[in-house]
Design a protein around this ligand. Sequence first.
Ligand code: ASP
Ligand code: MG
Length: 407
Amino acid sequence: MALIVQKYGGTSVASVERIQAVAEKIKTAVNAGNQLVVSVSAMSGETNRMTELAQEIQAAPSLREMDMLLATGEQVTIALLSMALHQLDCDAISYLGSQVRIVTDSEHGKARIKSIDDYRIRQSLEAGKVVIVAGFQGVDEDGHITTLGRGGSDTTAVALAAALQADECQIYTDVDGVYTTDPRIEPNARKMKSVSYEEMLEMASLGSKVLQIRSVEFASKYKVPLRVLSSLIEHPVGTLITSEENIMEQAIISGIAHNKDEAKLSLIGVPDKPGIAFKILKNISDANIEVDMIVQSVSAREGLTNFAFTVHRTDFINAQNILQKVCDELAAKGVQTDDKVVKVSLVGIGMRSHAGIASQMFEVLHNEGINIQMISTSEIKISVVIDEKYLELAVRSLHSAFDLDKE
Ligand code: ASP
Ligand code: MG
């Protein structure tokens, strides 16, 4: 008998019919002899709808009250799913995060799970019930309802699987796994059978939005085998996210991620002396703006250098204003900005043991006439910033050059 934690996202519980279909799936898994703990999201669109309601009253409502409001979305779906199981003669019971208890810190809107008391869940499992737990929510030490941030039910499911030492955590969603790249850009993208936690973390942080990134961090930390699969097809296999050593056939490159939210800012002609990078970035980070790539060019004549970095497009205007001030203070030559750039990245653990991947990547881009504006690398990733009009071309040509379209 296996203990499986399943999570169904908003689209999988978007209507009564979908909820009934989920109940059928759960019943099939139970009949196959498994113990099931199931976590669900709110019906798709509900969390947004409630957020808009709140905003009609206040532009910046209290975060505590927002959590109180948003947590109700999942309360609806756990009860309906439990009823749908009862209707199929499958014993089930639903619990809120505060009942289980999923204890978090007090950071409303982005709380982190501190502990899960598995006593109640185990008791109900032993009584032969399917246990349904509201995703996305918890309770702090003082009893206030908290939420884990958008997409947080993924993290609830993985945390439950870790606490219960489940055999597998299955995330049911509307895509059938993790693809070698975005299938909307490259129709030849292939579904991966398996991918390592590390690669998945890179891809998630680079903008492949299949899972909440924190859930992958959690899975990696507690070594929870995590499977992403579709709730909309009959016998899904999905993609297994697991430790590197559990992956049989390792490709050198696993996938190509992209991020369209980038904007680039450069400070031109700054004096090349100690403290400049600090001065620029201190002002940016004090404004709570996250910096992604950073490039400082080799000092040119006259002891001047150029300093460039990227930020989220939502922070662009803000960053631009700050940089203009820094430019005046440092008597630099000027500020140049571009918010029409994207980041494209190759990801693969095989890069550690294979040289020459970067030059191969740059050759492909060169052959397509795509200018590389910035480069950054890590052990298992190479990212480039390019003009956004080349996004599709870059992704497609890299995908085929690295044979990602082949089995
Ligand atoms: N209902 C929440 C959201 O829409 C949590 C989730 O779906 O995972 O973000
Ligand atoms: Mg969701």
